[in-house]
Design a binder for this molecule. Sequence first.
Ligand code: DX5
Ligand code: ZN
Length: 223
Amino acid sequence: MKYLLAPSLLSANFMQLGEEVRMLEKASADLLHCDVMDGHFVPNLTFGPPIIRQLKDHSALPLDVHLMISNPEAMLDPYLDAGADWLSFQYEAAVHHQRALNHIRKKGAKAGIVLNPGTNVDLIRDLLPDCDYVLLMSVNPGFGGQHYIPQVDRKIRRLTEIRTEMGLNGLNIEVDGGVGLQNLSRLRAMGVNIFVAGSAIFNSPDPKKTIGQMQQIIKNKEE
Ligand code: DX5
Ligand code: ZN
């Protein structure tokens, strides 16, 4: 299992996006977490396929695209074609989950499903063989800088149990929201291997140094 740090661009300075991405590359980030919001599924708006395409053209870092949009099934292709390497959509916003997951995989990207903090992990049991990763939201999606919701701990543990029961050893578990230096090792110990962090990186006095510290915790016991 690989342990990956995915800085979220949501908290970056959009007036200097190119610089921010170069900083993340130099700091050895593993993935670029791109939060797509539509002002409908969540009460905030960010960016769409053209920005994803520009990021793809300007950076070698794999793009981890997190769709927080209504009717994601209608928008998979534009994001895949723009260069999403990892593509996830919210369980609550989709209808034909399995079809969507298979479509993402068929186009060569890693397929993920995202659960809001209040959505039970047992609901996606039958979808797990079609997932490369599950993204557990540890805040209500829409904004950076919120606090980690403690009840999510139980969901992470439950998901790791299901993963073991089903023999899905390659299933990645990603956590997003309120993640920072204070909880990385605890999350790692519970079974998380992909860590999204926005404000903890970009609002720190030295983002590059913070990434280094985070990587040290995340990669520590990599096997
Ligand atoms: C929230 C987004 C997150 C956000 C996390 O809706 O999905 O990716 O950027 O921000 P922090 O790390 O500040 O909680
Ligand atoms: Zn996100």
